[in-house]
Design a protein around this ligand. Structure first.
Ligand SMILES: *Cc1c(COP(=O)(O)O)cnc(C)c1O
Length: 229
């Protein structure tokens, strides 16, 4: 096994539990999603051997090949990349979670294409917190509308919100962005979207701030597998 992946994954887990303590979050309330996009099978298997089960992928075709090659392991697959509508069937049939929902058409297709023998697909709505940029995600002002459109769909469950804020400098400015997402989630919970519990926020460079603001899923690539090419 690659010593470096073992060491890095231990270090990330250690940091997560320190941040849980530091910011008075319950122990174990933050899930580690290992972002394995562009990484070879070998690296994923190394991570599995360190007890990692949940993996995040950005490209449907690359992910499908990995999922099919790794069926011997009991893994949980999260799709976190931009979604093309001709890829929804692949996602509906092979993933457990999709974090990057930003339009109702995609949600409808995922619900229609989710096989009936599988549990509902857990979806997160991606919110664009930096409205002036052309990034993916719905504007905060359109979030409630999309949440309502998703609500009636049978084979998917609104499990929370996701965001990729512009990287802020320093924990305090990073916290300000993540705080907006946490507030939006709290508002949806108050409005009766009971299943909307999760906050998928925090990457290698900003997961301390995300955990401080209530993240329940941190998406970590570089700090586990090293720099991407
Ligand atoms: C690549 C990626 C990550 C992981 O980023 P790192 O900085 O390598 O930890 C997390 N989330 C999304 C949506 C990504 O595309």
């Amino acid at each position: 096994m690659s010593a470096s992946i073992l060491e890095k994954i231990r270090e990330v887990r250690h940091q997560i539990s320190l941040f849980e303590k530091l910011y008075t979050r319950p122990a174990g309330s933050v899930m580690l999603l290992a972002v394995s996009k562009t990484r070879p099978y070998k690296s994923i298997i190394d991570a599995v051997e360190c007890g990692q089960r949940a993996f995040g992928e950005n490209y449907a075709q690359e992910a499908l090949e990995k999922i099919l090659a790794l069926t011997d392991y009991d893994l949980e697959w999260h799709f976190i990349g931009p979604i093309q509508s001709n890829k929804t069937k692949t996602l509906a049939e092979n993933f457990d979670w999709v974090h990057s929902i930003d339009r109702s058409k995609i949600a409808r297709r995922l619900s229609e294409q989710r096989p009936s023998h599988l549990p509902p697909l857990k979806i997160l709505i991606q919110v664009n917190l930096d409205a002036e940029t052309s990034k993916a995600g719905v504007a905060l002002s359109d979030l409630e509308k999309l949440a309502n459109e998703v609500k009636g769909l049978n084979n998917i469950e609104l499990a929370g919100l996701m965001a990729i804020p512009i990287p802020g400098k320093g924990v305090e400015s990073q916290r300000a962005s993540f705080h907006l997402l946490a507030q939006a989630r709290d508002k949806l919970l108050k409005q009766g979207f009971e299943s909307c519990q999760h906050l998928s926020m925090g990457m290698s460079s900003d997961y301390e701030a995300a955990i401080a603001e209530g993240s329940t899923i941190v998406r970590i690539g570089t700090d586990i597998f090293g720099p991407r090419n």
